[in-house]
Each structure stands twice: as structure tokens, then as C-alpha cells.
Write a protein that binds this ligand. Structure first.
Ligand code: ADP
Length: 513
């Protein structure tokens, strides 16, 4: 099968969060299964071009437009870890992809509407007709609409389209005028795109849900949650209408990239991996200890035997930043150490955590870094005893899987994909061999304390229980091996076709640039 992703992220070279990880690792898994995969990305100014192979111009004069103006784009092709990339270099005067960041600009909807339109124009002009066009969240959801409303009527045809919902919270809500700049004025006021709570605005993700052939969200439990009023972020009715084409497939992680036996960011690689004997488990625990001592030196933390709890996260309300603070204070009260690596584009959030760092500047048991640091993240995953994920909601979550692969025990709030991946050692109904962490239901101090206190007790006083949890976490298959074939099944459904809005149901004629 030939799959083309149009995506705003690709880990690790253009990554803001888990979306980038999924595009990278799913694509690799599909290539390993013998499929052809291409990825179309903006050519961000932050891309480390030296890490790409065979970078060359693939299409020199690709016209795209903004209102009455036409702009040129150059499309570059390259390989990255056996993946075929197509990088769109926009010559738009607003320097859409030369902002030193992926998201966080006031004109993000215009940036990604332009990108989606230009990506479709590229496929059309270069006559690439994939079996599957795979789109990711609101930034590229518009491509499904451009395809059906503009390019299909021009005779261009693909097998089918699939939209991945990585996070329903972000929907790309904007004014119809913004979208009409990129050629969709004819249907921007159409009810399929109208935002439910702000009918004067258009909702890009809603449009993508309506127009895509199939929908995949990133865990079975999140699939259930988004069909409810509480979890649907205002799109539950739209999703319920399309329930038959919605699938919940748990994300995997890339086992080569997240491999403690070879990870070059670690001081000490785990000598034996996976674990088949008590001796090998001892070796893993010893390697973790060496990494932890190295991390303590690096972060100027006290060199002690205290349990280390960590969080590596975006600092956004979804991730429960207040609950992270509660966990930090509790860990210190109980004699532990806390390491937080949190990234944010919000100055207020950054200030909040800088102040917290200041408050604890005299103890040598807290380290807070407000930044994105891939290398430090790997070392933290390998070093910590426990990893806290107190999310208010969590579509899938990858950090609980990565932590377990590195022998670090998750302490997680029961929501979204965390329900599918973390099973409480004391209270889960699962067989003992599947239990792998500590969980809590209510996102409040009491909930955090309940799970964290048990985790800290286990880490200090119950070595057998800790070893059991480490072994269960490491032994589980967190890869794409079982998940990637499920994507292929959905791709097959997408190719069969489903009832869709009829093309040109709308009045104004549309042309390509
Ligand atoms: P989300 O996509 O909501 O951010 P996920 O758990 O699905 O959450 O994926 C988060 C990914 O981003 C993981 O690979 C994690 O290691 C990485 N990550 C999150 N915050 C940071 C950070 N501050 N520095 C480095 N990596 C981070």
C-alpha cells in the first residue's frame, strides 16, 4: 500500500509532542511491513537539515495562493531513517515556517491552512495518487476538504483518507475569512464546518471529521470518552454521527529510538534487554542506579538513596501542572527527590515554574527545567524510580510507555489511554502479571497522595514489589508490532469508500492556483 502522511510534526526533527512520535514510529513500522510511506512536512527553519540524506529539489515551481496573490513554493525531497520526506519551503511573505517554532503563533490557522492547501496542490501537480492520505489533527485536517471539494472535481483521485485524532482539545477554530484566503470561501460557511458553540466561526477539525473516510484516535478508552459530552470537547455529536468510521488504536513507541540497551543519551546502557532472569533484572536496576547518580551530579542534586520521582511533559493545563506541583511537595515531605522537565510556550506557566524552582533553590532534592531537552528526557526516563502523569485528560500518552521500557514505574491518573496502559498493583482487576504501576482516579491532592505515597513506600521499603513492577513494565510489548496491522485494516476500510459530503455540493466554482 502507498501511504502519504501530511503532518505538522515528525519526531525527533520537528517535534512538539506525541503527534510527532506517532508519525515517525508508525511510518517506520509500516515501512518494515513492506509498505511505501511518504511524509509531507513544512520545511521549518528549525529542521536539522544536516541529519537528512539526499536532500534535493523535487519540485521547483509549485504555485499556491493567499487571496488574490500567488506565491511560489519549492518542494525538497529527502530521506530520514528510511522514510521519504517532502519538505515544503514556502515563499509566502509572512514567513509561515520560519518562526523558530512549530506552533504558538497567532496566525497558526492561516499557516497550516496554507500548508494543507499547498501539500494538496503538490500531490495534484506531481500526480502522486496514494492509496491512503493520512492526516493528523486540525493542522492538516483541511486536506480532506481540499481533496473532496477542489481536487477530486478536477479529476484527481486517491484511494481514501484517514484522519488521526491525537488530541481533540485543539480544533483550529477560525473565521471564515481566514480560510477563504486559501480557496475554501465557497464552503467556509457550510454547516459541516460551522463551530457548534460559535456558529460565526469555522472549526477545521470538525470539517476534517466530516470529510475524511475513516477516523482513528489514539487509544480505545479515549475513543469511548470522546463520544461523551464530558470528553467530546463540543464535537461529541459530530463524532457520534460518524461513530462507524471511528477506531481507537493504542499508540506504540519506536523500540529502536527508545532502546535503553543502545540509547546514546544514557551514561550506562542496560546490559541485558529484555529481562529473562533475576540476574538480568539486577543488571537493569544497577544500570538505572548508575544513570541516576550521573543525573544527580549533572543536576547538582544530593547524592543519596532517596527515591526519585520525575515528570517529563508539556506544561499545559491538560497535563495537570498544579498536580505536578502537589506531587513535588509530597515527594519532598516524604524524603524523596523530584525532577521536572517541562516545556511551555506560555510565559505565565514558565514564570510559575521558575518561581517554584526559586522557592526550592536551597534544597538539593528538586530540579526543575522549563524547556524541551531530548537528551535530558532520555536520561530522566532511565534514572528515575517513579514517573508521575497526573493528566486531567490524556488521549493516549507515550511517557508512561517510555518510562516502563526504561524500568521506571508509572504513577498515573486514570483517564484516556492511561486507563489502557497503567494497571494498579494493589487495586486493578487485571491478572497480577499485567499490573505495572500506581493509579488514582480523582485529579486532586488526595488522589495524588494516595498513589504517590504507595509508590514511595514501594520504592523505599518493598524492593521485591519494585522489582516485580519493573519487570512487568519492561516485559510488555509497547511497540507498533501489534498496532500497525490495525492501521492497515482501517486503511482498507478507507479505500472501500463511505458516505461523504458530495463534491461540489456548494455553489462557488473553485480552481487551483
Ligand atoms: P503529548 O503529545 O500530549 O505532549 P505524549 O505523552 O503523547 O504527550 O508525548 C510526549 C512526548 O514528548 C514524549 O516523547 C516525551 O518524551 C516528549 N516530551 C514532553 N515534554 C518534553 C520536554 N520538556 N523535553 C523533552 N521531551 C519532552
Amino acid at each position: 500500500m502507498h501511504i502519504i502522511h501530511i503532518a505538522s510534526e515528525l519526531a525527533p526533527i520537528a517535534k512538539a509532542g506525541g503527534l510527532g512520535d506517532v508519525v515517525y514510529s508508525l511510518s517506520k513500522a509500516l515501512v518494515q511491513l513492506g509498505h511505501k510511506v511518504d511524509i509531507i512536512l513544512p520545511k521549518y527553519d528549525t529542521l536539522p537539515l544536516s541529519e537528512l540524506q539526499n536532500l534535493q529539489v523535487a519540485f521547483r515551481e509549485l504555485k499556491s495562493f493567499d487571496g488574490p496573490y500567488t506565491f511560489n513554493n519549492i518542494v525538497w525531497s529527502a530521506q530520514y531513517h528510511h522514510l521519504n520526506l517532502h519538505l515544503i519551503e514556502s515563499h509566502h511573505p509572512d514567513y509561515f515556517f520560519s518562526r523558530g517554532m512549530i506552533y504558538g503563533c497567532p496566525d497558526d490557522t492561516a499557516r497550516f491552512a496554507y500548508f494543507s492547501r499547498t501539500a494538496m496542490e503538490y500531490l495534484f501537480k506531481s500526480e502522486q495518487k496514494p492509496d491512503i492520505l493520512h492526516l493528523h489533527d486540525w493542522p492538516t485536517a483541511l486536506a480532506a476538504i481540499f481533496y473532496r471539494e477542489i481536487y477530486q472535481p478536477l479529476g484527481y483521485s486517491i484511494g481514501g483518507s484517514v484522519l488521526n485524532i491525537h488530541n481533540l482539545e485543539h480544533q483550529g477554530i477560525t473565521s471564515p475569512e481566514q480560510l477563504s484566503r486559501f480557496g475554501i470561501h465557497a464552503f467556509a460557511s457550510h454547516s459541516l464546518l460551522k463551530d457548534k458553540s460559535r456558529p460565526d466561526l469555522v472549526n477545521i477539525l470538525k470539517g476534517g471529521i466530516e470529510y475524511s473516510d475513516q477516523l482513528i484516535t489514539v487509544s480505545p478508552n479515549y475513543q469511548k470518552e470522546i463520544l461523551t459530552r464530558d470528553g467530546g470537547c463540543g464535537l461529541d455529536e459530530t463524532l457520534t454521527k460518524h461513530k462507524k468510521k471511528l477506531h481507537g488504536i493504542l499508540n506504540g513507541i519506536d523500540e529502536e529510538y527508545w532502546n535503553p540497551a543502545k540509547d546514546s543519551y544514557l551514561l550506562k546502557n542496560y546490559p541485558s534487554y529484555p529481562i529473562n532472569s533475576p540476574e538480568q533484572l539486577e543488571e537493569v536496576i544497577a544500570a538505572k542506579k548508575e544513570n541516576r547518580q550521573h543525573l544527580r551530579r549533572y543536576l547538582h542534586l544530593e547524592n543519596s538513596s532517596a527515591p526519585m520521582i520525575a515528570a517529563v511533559t508539556r506544561l499545559v493545563p491538560q497535563k495537570g501542572p498544579k498536580l505536578i506541583e502537589i506531587a513535588l511537595r509530597r515527594t519532598l515531605e516524604k524524603g524523596g527527590q523530584f525532577v521536572l522537565l517541562g516545556s511551555t510556550s506560555s510565559p505565565e506557566m514558565a514564570l510559575y515554574f521558575h518561581n517554584l524552582r526559586e522557592e526550592f533553590s536551597r534544597t538539593r532534592n528538586v530540579a526543575i527545567f522549563v524547556e524541551n531537552d531530548e537528551a535530558l528526557a532520555h536520561l530522566i526516563f532511565a534514572s528515575a524510580h517513579g514517573f508521575i502523569i497526573p493528566s486531567l485528560f490524556e488521549p493516549c500518552g507515550l511517557t508512561q510507555m517510555i518510562a516502563q521500557r526504561y524500568g521506571t514505574i508509572p504513577i498515573a491518573r486514570m483517564t484516556g489511554g492511561l486507563v489502557d496502559t497503567v494497571f494498579d498493583i494493589d487495586t486493578s482487576q487485571k491478572p497480577l502479571k499485567d499490573r505495572n504501576g500506581f493509579t488514582f482516579d480523582y485529579p486532586d491532592a488526595e488522589g495524588v497522595h494516595w498513589a504517590l505515597d504507595r509508590a514511595l513506600q514501594c520504592m523505599t521499603l518493598e524492593p521485591k514489589k519494585r522489582q516485580f513492577l519493573i519487570k512487568n513494565g519492561i516485559s510488555r510489548d509497547w511497540s507498533w508490532k501489534k498496532q500497525a496491522p490495525k492501521y492497515l485494516t482501517v486503511y482498507q476500510h478507507a479505500q472501500k469508500g463511505h458516505p461523504r459530503p458530495s463534491p461540489r455540493a456548494l455553489t462557488e466554482p473553485l480552481t487551483t492556483a
